[in-house]
Design a protein around this ligand. Structure first.
Ligand code: HEM
Length: 401
């Protein structure tokens, strides 16, 4: 049993994949220090990860000891609005909450959204000058998914820019104490105000549909509704942003990869699976709490302990993926854990995949000569336990779109 927690590989500024590789080999289930001063158990091998993510003894409904006690940072009513969503609940609440929004995220409904996502992508690319360095993250990878999820939910365009700041601060985590409580409060207040407006004047959007569900029976409480909108807005942003940005970093860091995408965009669905595996946007699962002692990979995790599954590590486990540290654009697809596993498997996966396909295809069409503006090893990853994302992605678009 490890008694001294290892430093946290996600925030220490190390070469993440190298450290995770060492942990997979030597200490596949290990207690690590959290930025909060507490500890969490980190699971790094694929098989253990998959099993942990579908183990009902690892609860999402209990506030994790390794995390932050929200109520010490925000008022009780804001705390309730953060913790009543599907990713913070176990069945039966989880089942009820997920079912309420499953419809709009189902593959067939999502597929029908392709033309308007293409229009959003084209409009953003219209504003990119071909001859000057730009930050692709800021100009394209971030605004595209923000516009998509905000339009789906019914957030007016003029309010969308405020979201990016809030979401970035929120996802940096409560350890970012200076910004986190204010961002959370601002976002919850905004959602409540918007719900009041939609109740007065419903539109053709998910918020209005959810309000109708709320008002017609007892299937959704006020806190659950606010919390659901909070989750959907957050989950739909940064993740897809980093699929696009991390993906472009990987594709541009060896120019023949980008040439390949430009020449054969029809290969994108498979390429996106490989990008998700190789440098996925969510590096670890959200926290789970052991409700009883749970054995994972030969290690007994005590009741009450916090468990974090490293998706980035599982997806580079050589026991599942041959030659795992090599990017292989035409790798035969073996399902990976980038979208999680089990009952909390990402609800937005079909949407995220579609957004990725549209985003890369539009870029390849308009900017086939795109290049990185700085060497890849000069780019800086943001410190976050959850998210794998860059601060910025400077590129030279190369030719007018
Ligand atoms: C859950 C990844 C995009 C909505 C998750 C989980 C992962 C994930 C790993 C499970 C977390 C856990 O079990 O602790 C991703 C990635 C994305 C992405 C890699 C982009 C490439 C989206 C989008 C939406 C979304 C666009 C749409 C709003 C959700 C929701 C859950 C979830 C609602 C919770 C599901 C539940 O608890 O049943 N996502 N996500 N995600 N994701 Fe995504």
């Amino acid at each position: 049993m490890t008694t001294v927690p290892v430093s946290n590989p996600f925030v220490a500024g190390w070469d993440l994949h190298e450290v995770l590789g060492t942990l997979r080999r030597d200490s596949p289930v290990i207690e690590m220090a959290m930025p909060t001063g507490r500890t969490a158990w980190l699971v790094t091998r694929y098989e253990d990860a998959q099993r942990a993510l579908s183990d009902p003894r690892l609860s999402k409904g209990i506030s994790p000891a390794g995390g932050v006690e929200y109520r010490t940072l925000v008022s009780e009513d804001v705390e309730r609005a953060l913790t009543r969503h599907m990713l913070a609940t176990d069945p039966p609440d989880h089942t009820r909450l997920r079912r309420l929004v499953a419809g709009p995220f189902a593959p067939r409904r999502v597929a029908a959204m392709r033309p308007w996502i293409e229009r959003i992508a084209e409009r953003l690319l219209d504003d990119i000058p071909g001859d000057a360095e730009i930050d692709l993250l800021d100009a394209y990878a971030a605004p595209l998914p923000i516009q998509v999820i905000c339009e789906m939910l019914g957030v007016p365009p003029e309010d969308q820019s405020a979201f990016r700041g809030w979401v970035t601060a929120i996802l940096a985590g409560p350890m970012n104490l200076a910004d986190w409580p204010a961002a959370v409060r601002a976002m919850v207040t905004y959602i409540r105000d918007l719900l009041a407006v939609k109740r007065e004047r419903p539109g053709d959007d998910m918020l209005s549909d959810l309000l109708a569900v709320r008002d017609e029976g007892d299937r959704l409480s006020d806190d659950e509704l606010t919390s659901m909108v909070y989750l959907l807005l957050i989950a739909g942003h940064e993740t897809t942003t980093n699929l696009i940005a991390n993906g472009m970093l990987v594709l541009l860091s060896e120019p023949e990869r980008w040439t390949r995408v430009v020449a054969a965009p029809e290969l994108l669905p498979g390429i996106i699976e490989e990008l998700l595996r190789y440098e996925g946007p969510v590096q670890s699962s959200t926290f789970r709490t052991a409700v009883e002692p749970v054995e994972i990979g030969g290690q007994v995790i005590p009741a009450g302990a916090t468990v974090v599954v490293s998706l980035s590590s599982a997806n580079r486990d050589g026991a599942r993926f041959p030659d795992p540290d090599r990017l292989v654009l035409d790798r035969p697809v073996i399902p990976n854990l980038a979208f999680g596993h089990g009952i909390h498997y990402c609800l937005g996966a079909p949407l995220a995949r579609l957004e990725g396909q549209v985003a890369f295809a539009a870029l390849a069409r308009r900017f086939p000569g795109m290049r990185l503006a700085v060497p890849p090893d000069q780019l800086v990853w943001r410190p976050s336990v959850l998210i794998r994302g860059l601060h910025a992605l400077p590129v030279l678009p190369g030719g007018a779109g």
